[in-house]
Design a protein around this ligand. Structure first.
Ligand code: ZN
Length: 136
């Protein structure tokens, strides 16, 4: 795809922490000037500022989302077992609702983090392969 870029992409090379922070904030991990999503969860195809592609195969993102969901579930389950309320069923029901709400609310952030990790790994591969160039 030879779409003209609005800025020099070679100037957009963030560090690892900056790219991850941008992903968590649902911003382009490369330039940070564009939102990753339209609406709550629908991913944009690419950054309109720097041309970074966002949409890859779903398998590239689903692993991290699955792992972070499992970690959060384990944390809420441990919390539910550690607290001994008077009415355990009410407590666990309320905690399940809170856990689902928290996981749904941070789902776009986790997807942004997955995109940032994908960007960082692909950037590393592209820098190591001398035959691969970003621009033609
Ligand atoms: Zn960008």
């Amino acid at each position: 795809m030879n779409r003209p870029l609005r800025s020099d992409p070679s100037r957009c090379s963030p560090g690892i922490r900056q790219a991850l922070a941008r992903g968590l904030a649902k911003r382009c991990p490369r330039c940070g000037r564009e939102r990753l999503m339209d609406g709550y969860y629908r991913l944009r195809p690419a950054c309109r500022k720097c041309g970074q592609q966002f949409q890859r195969a779903i398998e590239d993102h689903i692993g991290l989302i699955y792992i972070t969901t499992a970690i959060q579930t384990a944390m809420f389950a441990a919390f539910a077992l550690l607290v001994r309320p008077d009415n355990p069923w009410l407590w666990r029901g309320a905690l399940a609702v809170v856990a689902l709400a928290v996981m749904m609310l941070n789902l776009p952030n986790r997807k942004g983090l997955a995109i940032a990790i994908d960007y960082l790994t692909r950037r590393g591969v592209e820098q190591q392969e001398p035959g691969v160039s970003r621009e033609t």
